[in-house]
Design a protein around this ligand. Structure first.
Ligand SMILES: [Zn+2]
Length: 367
């Protein structure tokens, strides 16, 4: 009688399942060309198209040296060591987690600057500077900084015209070190990838329909994706926006290398949930996310086949690197006993931006 090798059997079942899922998802979530084109201009869907593969840019190996040459690694790692040696540290956190915690502080307090209104270079002040609107960047010019629009201002004290280009190239932001939440998150993610990303799927861009962005990283200490707001140097407080800023939101979508995920249930409390259908039907959003995810699954499989040179191993990685983590994450979001409070040490309301700007956005904690 031959004995059954159960571990081998389990692997075989997994690979059969993974292969079937790649094929069936592709079929099930196909979207025809006309519908895809139509979705390019729909709210939320438009952003999914734009950001679907947005974390890939941070993995450019040439960027690693740029980051390491720019940031003050000695200070960061000295402070990481201090955090690691604190007697009351969270015992679940690993070295990488302390790096992230320290990077948040360094980035906000020693590296990047928030800009509401740019300073007049002549008067060295922003209080007399007023907005004159913005225009898209001239497409006929070379654009190494990947500028999307240029905001125009004028100082009514001395008459100087001031331009504030909105830069999208994260490496350029290592040089300019300023902007609003878009620039903050873009540059922060570049540094985060350089310090902890390796070749893993560990960093995630998080986009909110109500005009804010932040990010997440995968913590091996906590075994989950952890919320990070670089503008506020806030760690693992997903209810910051609803509970603390009083922000009402409709959709929150996360973009990591291997999949796109609707994170609305993680970040939006029932009281602050703007009716999703008032923005766009959830079905349309889910359909587009499924479409991209089915492509990501197939692409990842192809990459793994070329990397590992083995179909069986490639299918196991698809299962372990995408199917399982995504399902686990979706399950956790459905749990009824999610945390419902932010930590009591947080200051009420948004900390970046002027008081009037914050209030006008309903983010001052009093809305
Ligand atoms: Zn001036």
């Amino acid at each position: 009688m031959t004995s059954i090798d159960y571990s081998n059997l389990a692997d075989r079942l997994i690979t059969i399942y993974a292969k079937q899922k790649i094929v069936s998802d592709r079929k099930k979530f196909r979207i025809n060309h006309a519908e895809l084109q139509e979705s390019l201009v729909l709210p939320v869907c438009q952003s999914i198209h734009v950001h679907a593969n947005c974390v890939d840019v941070y993995k450019n190996p040439n960027y690693l040296n740029e980051v390491l040459d720019t940031i003050d690694l000695a200070t960061i790692y000295m402070n990481v060591d201090k955090r690691e040696n604190e007697p009351d540290k969270n015992p679940n956190l690993k070295y990488d987690d302390f790096v992230v915690l320290e990077l948040l502080q360094y980035f906000k307090h020693n590296f990047f600057t928030w800009v509401n209104t740019p300073k007049c270079p002549n008067c060295q002040d922003e209080k007399n500077v007023e907005s004159k609107g913005s225009i898209p960047f001239n497409r006929t010019l070379p654009n190494p900084d990947e500028i999307s629009i240029v905001e125009h201002y004028q100082c009514f004290q001395c008459g100087t015209n001031i331009q504030f280009p909105r830069i999208n190239n994260p490496v350029s932001l290592l040089r300019t070190k300023q902007g609003r939440c878009g620039e903050w998150v873009n540059c922060f993610m570049l540094i985060l990838q350089a310090l902890i990303g390796e070749d893993k799927d560990r960093i995630r861009y998080v986009w909110n329909q109500e005009d804010h962005v932040w990010c997440e990283y995968y913590s091996y200490g906590l075994n989950r994706w952890v919320h990070l707001d670089p503008c506020e140097a806030v760690y693992d407080e997903p209810l910051l926006y609803c509970n603390n800023w009083g922000k009402r939101m409709s959709y929150v979508i996360g973009f990591n290398q291997n999949y796109i995920i609707d994170l609305s249930d993680k970040y939006i409390t029932p009281e602050k949930q703007i009716e999703k259908s008032s923005v766009i039907s959830k079905n349309k959003v889910d359909k587009l996310i499924n479409y991209y995810n089915s492509n990501k699954l197939a692409n990842y499989y192809n990459q793994q086949v070329s990397k590992l040179g083995n179909e069986h191993k490639a299918l196991l990685s698809v299962y372990n690197d995408i199917i399982i983590p995504r399902n686990q994450e979706l399950d956790v979001m459905k749990e009824p006993n999610k945390p419902s409070a932010t930590s009591t040490t947080l200051t009420k309301g948004r900390q970046t931006g002027s008081a009037a700007w914050t209030k006008s956005r309903g983010e001052d904690g009093n809305s």
